[in-house]
Design a protein around this ligand. Structure first.
Ligand code: HEC
Length: 124
């Protein structure tokens, strides 16, 4: 293998990753089903998460409004979005979401939500 091919081989996973990152993520097709699956039983009307934090996820507007203390999604910045920090367990582990730890999302599913936030958290 010459130097050029070696560089290509080394770079291809990076290129593949960048390629994935460019896929446009949609609120209604990707994020909403995620929330329905993992969060809505506590963050819908009358759910314990809604009651305790004020955070409802019934629709885009409510999700973006956040808790009684303010937004949990920062468009363009998934790393510091409280929603992502909790789901990834980066805050206090006792605050990890989903709270009961029963049905946990996979990293791939979490990455999709992160990509959506990084792409501007649009109502798309
Ligand atoms: C079994 C119930 C339950 C499930 C499922 C659940 N939550 Fe929660 N959530 C809560 C409760 C209770 C609170 C309020 C107490 C707290 O903050 O720990 C809360 C609060 C939150 C908060 C606000 C924390 C703050 O800053 O006050 C966020 C963000 C959150 N949940 C995100 C999620 C996400 C995202 C999911 C789905 C991946 C999810 N939750 C699933 C029960 C749940």
């Amino acid at each position: 293998m010459n130097k050029f091919t070696r560089t290509l081989v080394l770079l291809s996973p990076v290129v593949a990753l960048l390629g994935c990152g460019e896929r446009s993520v949609s609120y209604s097709a990707d994020v909403r089903p995620f929330l329905d699956k993992y969060c809505m039983r506590c963050h819908g009307e009358g759910g314990e998460g809604s009651e305790e934090s004020g955070l409802r996820m019934d629709d885009y507007k409510r999700l973006m409004k956040g808790t009684v203390h303010g937004p949990v999604v920062k468009p363009g910045d998934s790393f510091t979005s409280a929603l992502v920090m909790l789901v990834e367990g980066r805050a206090d582990p006792s605050l990890r979401m989903p709270h009961d730890g029963e049905k946990m999302p996979t990293q791939d599913e979490i990455d999709l939500v992160k990509a959506w936030i990084d792409q501007g958290a649009k109502d798309n």
